[in-house]
Design a protein around this ligand. Structure first.
Ligand SMILES: [Zn+2]
Length: 664
């Protein structure tokens, strides 16, 4: 160790799951918790049988809309109590995609005529989504001891049916008992303990799910159904024995229904895999919102060494490790191969958060890493992690400015690809609540900095590292010119370089949770669930890794590579859309845009003319960019294509406005 070298060491074993360690002597950081071992589990129950209509069979009333219609592109989301896991799954999908909807809790709110139409020519919704068939709930008021009954009255059922007919609104039932009024007959049921694989029966339904996919229905109860009349009902997904799990049905009065006979919740793979195409069908392929899959790994501490975990004794600071040029060469070579296996249109790339001090031969005589980094050229992108990784929690403005600016200059001298002085990862995500440090960062040109999603509101109420809402970051409460991009830790720890140490540390933390030690294969499976979940959600937050994770532990394999390969394998089995990596500024811009979109009352409506033409009117009440998927209108907005579908984003002025686009 030279006197100037910053030695990365740890003070908290449990902090190892999160940020890289603080330098010695600076212990101001908030104590972090390890990330959960697994995604949350939500109990899934079988549905009690109820007709998906009124038992009293109130005839469908005739609802007459006079003249050409105006149809608001908004979903009526019906839940009995708000507690159904399938309701949470549907609502979560709508929120993430950004589709306008109105949720109605039927036990406490009435579905009225005025809610649905103006009675003349305006449809207030374009589609109806039921959380469950029959919208059942346990009503304790029914004598003598309570009963399972529908939260909708006979009049409400009839009213919704009439609305669907008059407005041409499609209907989806997110979890249904396979009853004859949905065109299905009960075959058998399965519990949430059983594993059922779904096979695609109708490939034309899916834009995003590969035709050979095996949909993993896990931790969800459901029913295998058979089709009553194949001339009106068609299977979309079946299990291996032919039982129908997802179907489209046409009712006698011409209404169209999409029916899932399996439960769902926001964390389940089958929910996340199927949601997009299901909502796309429900909205007839044109909707406000978009869904893309992002993977943006950032690898911290490049060019520095750090203390390592030792099997049996933990991290005592006794062993240091820094990757070499040969590790980086192997990593770049692996990444090139990996990128070649991603869907066309993918832009996946690792971002290296580096510390310039580590490039000096006075600090590290081995110059091979710097040479390999230079050789990699545009095969890597680069990010500022400050000059020497000093904790910024107590730093002065001048010190902070120097830490950032000095590293900016080094990046420019080295011509590091993709580097921008706008972007920064502070050491241990420190300094974010220290005004002088933030001012120093801003002085040096920083505008986007990462925060740690494991720093919750409970841990740091004044400035948590979490997303205030999906895909939205945080304007720094310390200085509004700085924008914080929440970044996810993973259980690939900063102080491990091969499976043995990774596993020893993982089991040290999670043995009590599992009641046993996991194998490396089990660890990779568990750890990658989170990356897979973020990709399937369309989560835009970057992911955190560290330099030792890139070490070639044999055969060109690295802990980082094992994680990413496992995430991609799970993702590509269920999705054929591109995997995108945005740079930090790009992520920040998307997050700001999403925050504006959330606040501008974005809406769209289809307006029919008396001569038979149709147009789409997109409106917002304040400045925002409104994405509409399913149309390409370059004259009116900016068009991007993803997964074979066009999305046009329409800009609203400072005080809002609307854009009218003729439809074919
Ligand atoms: Zn670091």
């Amino acid at each position: 160790m030279t006197s100037t070298r910053v030695r990365l060491t740890t003070v908290l074993v449990l902090a190892a799951s999160a940020a890289c360690s603080p330098d010695e002597g600076a212990h101001h950081r908030v104590e972090e918790q390890p990330i959960p071992a697994e995604l949350p589990r939500i109990q899934s129950k079988k549905l009690d049988y109820l007709l998906h209509s009124s038992v009293e069979r109130v005839p469908i009333r005739y609802l007459s809309l006079t003249g050409p219609r105006t149809i608001h592109q908004k979903i009526l989301l019906l839940t009995a109590t708000g507690d159904e896991p399938s309701y949470q799954a549907a609502r979560d999908a709508l929120d993430r995609i950004g589709m306008p909807y109105q949720a109605v809790t039927a036990v406490s709110q009435d579905v009225t005529d005025a809610m649905l139409t103006d009675g003349a020519s305006t449809c207030n919704f374009s589609a109806v989504l039921f959380a469950t068939s029959g919208l059942g709930f346990w009503d304790p008021a029914i004598a003598p001891a309570g009963a399972w009954t529908s939260a909708l009255s006979p009049d409400e059922w009839s009213r919704i049916d009439a609305f669907e007919v008059a407005c041409g609104a499609r209907e989806a039932v997110w979890y249904a008992w396979p009853s004859p009024d949905l065109g299905l007959a009960f075959q058998s049921g399965f519990s949430s303990d059983e594993s059922v694989d779904g096979l695609i029966a109708d490939t034309s339904f899916f834009l995003r799910v590969p035709s050979g996919a095996r949909i993993p229905y896990r931790h969800a109860a459901g029913y295998r159904a058979s089709i009553v009349d194949p001339t009106v009902t068609r299977a979309i997904v079946r299990d291996a024995s032919g039982g129908v799990l997802l179907a489209v049905n046409r009712t006698v009065d011409g209404r169209e229904q999409l029916i899932s006979t399996v439960d769902s919740n926001p964390y389940l793979a089958h929910s996340l895999a199927l949601e997009y195409d299901m909502l796309r069908w429900l909205t007839r392929g044109i909707f406000v919102g978009e869904k893309r899959s992002y993977l943006a790994p950032q690898i911290d501490d490049i060019f520095l060494d750090n203390d390592m975990w030792v099997v049996g004794s933990g991290n005592t600071g006794s062993v240091q490790f820094r990757i070499t040029g040969s590790d980086l060469d192997a990593f770049v070579s692996w990444q090139q191969g990996f990128r070649g296996r991603l869907p066309a249109g993918s832009s996946f790339i690792a971002t290296m958060a580096f510390n310039g001090l580590g490039t000096l031969t006075s600090e590290y005589p081995d110059g091979s890493l710097l040479r390999a980094a230079t050789r990699a050229g545009s095969k890597l992108t680069w990010l500022n992690h400050t000059w020497d990784h000093e904790n910024m929690d107590a730093m002065t403005r001048a010190e902070a400015r120097d830490e950032v600016a000095r590293n900016c200059k080094k990046a420019k001298d080295l011509k590091l690809h993709g580097f921008s002085c706008f972007e920064l990862v502070t050491p241990d995500m420190s300094g974010l609540t220290n005004l002088p440090a933030v001012q120093g960062m801003l002085d040096a040109g920083t505008r986007f900095v990462v925060s740690d999603t494991s720093i919750t509101e409970l841990l740091r109420p004044a400035n948590p590292g979490t997303n205030p809402s999906f895909n939205v970051g945080r304007v720094s409460p310390t200085d509004a010119r700085l924008y914080q991009i929440p970044r996810h830790p993973t259980s690939v720890f900063y102080d491990v370089r091969e499976p043995a140490t990774e596993l020893d540390e993982y089991n040290h933390i999670y043995h009590d949770y599992y009641g046993r030690d996991l194998t490396y294969e089990e660890f990779v499976d568990k750890a990658s669930e989170f990356g897979f979940y973020y990709l399937m959600q369309g989560d835009i937050d970057p992911l955190m890794f560290h330099q030792a994770n890139l070490a070639n532990y044999g055969g060109g394999h690295s802990l980082y590579g094992d994680f990413v390969e496992a995430v991609a394998k799970k993702f590509l089995a269920l999705s054929k859309v591109p995997v995108l990596t945005l740079n930090q500024r790009g992520i920040g811009d998307e997050m700001k845009s999403r925050a504006q979109l959330n606040g501008c009352n974005a809406s769209a409506r289809i307006v029919e003319s008396s001569t038979g033409g149709r147009s789409l009117v997109v409106s917002g009440s304040s400045a925002c960019s409104i994405p509409v998927t399913g149309i390409s209108a370059p004259t009116f907005g900016s068009v991007s294509v993803y997964g074979g579908e066009a999305t046009t984003s329409f800009s609203m002025g400072t005080s809002g406005g609307s854009v009218t686009i003729p439809l074919p």
